[in-house]
Design a protein around this ligand. Structure first.
Ligand SMILES: CC(=O)N[C@@H]([C@@H](O)[C@H](O)[C@H](O)CO)[C@@H](O)CC(=O)C(=O)O
Length: 297
């Protein structure tokens, strides 16, 4: 299971702060059972960071994860192809274990072919690095079926190794799993319905809530693997109860980040504009709900 990582910004000047990353990794490994990390993704506020900041974060996460995480996947997708290529080259030089690329979402690819060509242009500058397509249509507005991206994809991108699928279309997801090659990973990113994706054959999970629910999700995944659907459902329903409560309070990246700080004790700082900090009372209310749902935590 993979934690999608929050970036670290300070309130005073909204600059990235890397001093907490070592403690953050220890917390993820020791308290949340996270085995790999996804850096500079959505939760990592990558689209609010410039190329130089994303390089600094990628370098620090790769350095501090050595010996502690199985894999560090760095998201290098940008609105600008040249920036994505620069970050892909940098990830390869920095020792990342793989790269992922989101569909550009200001000027959107208007076909699977355009999207595949964009992905190829990025992957080709780091040809030895495992490459993942990061599908998150609710954020990008790019609804190209992933199955149409995958068709003979390794002829175009020999380094292609899988998909990070953050979407609720479980038919498209199931077809991705069915089509996937043995050396690929099809990872699921909607934490509140992970169990459904496991039933469809998900090879793993990447999500923001694993920063503070990872220890519970590990038990969900073990229960599923052992055929204990009752236990797996019980944990999934608890996750859904928390997220349903949080969404009623108002749940965005700012709330999610403050909730992570409240539960972990780490100082992640506020989000960067245009995302606004979460009212402390709201984060505390959700954290209290979390502890009431997961009293053992
Ligand atoms: C839209 C969004 O942020 N989705 C999250 C989920 O983990 C999401 O926070 C969770 O399912 C709660 O809704 C992840 O899929 C995002 C992610 O993995 C990333 O930060 O790159």
């Amino acid at each position: 299971m993979c934690g999608s990582i929050f970036s670290l910004t300070f309130s005073q000047n909204s600059e990235i702060n890397i001093t907490e990353i070592g403690r953050y990794i220890d917390y993820l490994a020791e308290k949340q059972g996270i085995s790999s990390i996804f850096v500079n993704g959505t939760t990592g506020e990558s689209m609010s960071l410039n190329v130089a900041e994303r390089k600094i974060l990628a370098e620090e996460w790769c350095e501090k994860a050595k010996g502690k995480m199985d894999q560090v996947i760095v998201h290098v997708g940008c609105m600008c192809l040249k920036d994505s290529q620069e970050l892909a080259r940098h990830a390869a030089q920095t020792g990342a274990d793989g790269i992922a690329v989101i569909a550009p979402s200001f000027f959107k690819p208007n076909s699977a072919e355009a999207l595949r060509t964009f992905l190829h242009e990025v992957s080709s500058v780091a040809p030895t690095l495992p490459f993942y397509y990061y599908h998150i249509p609710a954020v990008t507005g790019v609804n190209v079926p992933v199955t149409s991206v995958l068709e003979n994809i390794e002829e175009l991108i020999p380094s292609f190794r899988g998909v990070k699928f953050t979407g609720i279309d479980l038919m498209d997801f199931g077809q991705c799993v069915s089509y996937s090659q043995p050396h690929w990973s099809v990872l699921y990113g909607v934490d509140e319905q992970l169990l459904a994706a496991l039933a469809m054959g998900a090879h793993g999970a990447v999500g923001s809530t694993y920063n503070y629910m990872g220890c519970h999700v590990s038990k969900l995944m073990s229960a599923f693997e052992n055929g204990d659907l009752i236990q797996a459902r019980t944990i999934q329903f608890k996750m859904q109860e928390l997220l349903s409560y949080a969404k009623k309070q108002g749940f965005d990246l700012g709330v999610n980040k403050q909730l992570m700080s409240e539960v972990s004790g780490l100082c992640l700082g506020p989000p960067r504009l245009p995302v606004v900090p979460c009212p402390t009372a709201r984060a505390l209310s959700i954290a209290q709900k979390y502890h009431s749902i997961f009293p053992e935590h």
